[in-house]
Design a protein around this ligand. Structure first.
Ligand code: TMP
Length: 216
């Protein structure tokens, strides 16, 4: 008998896109396990502090940054995501491999093909069945972030976030079977409805946690 295999949906977007709010709403509406990166495990919490501490900018090399993100992902997949998928659960994660490709690849300028290999290794081959990009123009994201205290990565300039955003859009365009883009420049409920529609369409996921067979 084939072991049960749940589904993994990743919510992605630039800081200030509203994707954490959307991940929460989606997980609740589908009865899914909600998780996030970086920081969902004991090790991850320590790594998140190192990665996002506003005072560590000068010290952290970009390759060190990506390896710490991948260490967080390895632990997250091993301890949280893979066991849940193995139990047949639907999992919604607030960020996954797409963040590494968009931020460290398109944003920081590391080679995307190398990052793909690195993150595939870190996650032991676990991939998102669907990645939903919550897309907002950089100015909208910036306005939303100004209301909150900025962490180390959020202090990067607007050009950086433009590259990250363009990266997400390029990644989505390359792989439309596994990536989708939702316009996040609308009120929370309207964006949530659009996210639900696209998840249901791509995965054949029924409300309240039911997993239907995917239509091919
Ligand atoms: P969060 O604020 O959505 O929790 O994300 C934390 C920050 O970490 C955010 O600025 C994006 C960044 N990040 C990366 O740069 N690469 C990654 O692989 C991940 C998971 C997050």
């Amino acid at each position: 008998m084939t072991p049960a295999r749940g589904r993994l949906v990743a919510l992605e977007g630039v800081d200030g896109s509203g994707k954490s709010t959307q991940a929460k709403i989606l997980a609740e509406s589908l009865g899914a396990l909600l998780t996030f990166e970086p920081g969902a495990t004991g090790l991850g919490r320590a790594l998140r502090r190192l990665l996002l501490d506003p005072t560590s900018d000068a010290a952290l090399d970009v390759r060190a940054e990506v390896l710490l993100m991948c260490a967080d992902r390895a632990q997250h997949v091993a301890r949280v995501v893979a066991p849940a998928l193995g139990a047949g659960r639907l999992v919604v994660t607030d960020r996954f491999s797409g963040s590494t490709l968009a931020y460290q690849g398109y944003g920081r300028g590391l080679v995307v093909a190398e990052l793909r290999q690195l993150t595939a290794w870190a996650s032991a081959g676990v991939e998102a069945d669907l990645t939903v990009v919550i897309d907002v123009p950089p100015k909208v994201a910036r306005r939303r972030l100004e209301r909150a205290a900025a962490d180390r990565l959020e202090r990067l300039d607007e050009h950086f976030f433009s590259r990250v955003r363009d990266g997400y859009l390029a990644l989505a365009a390359e792989d439309p079977d596994h990536w989708t883009v939702v316009d996040g420049d609308d009120d929370v409920e309207a964006v949530a409805a659009a996210v639900r529609v696209t998840v249901e369409r791509h995965l054949g996921v029924a409300p309240q946690g039911g997993l239907q067979e995917r239509c091919r």
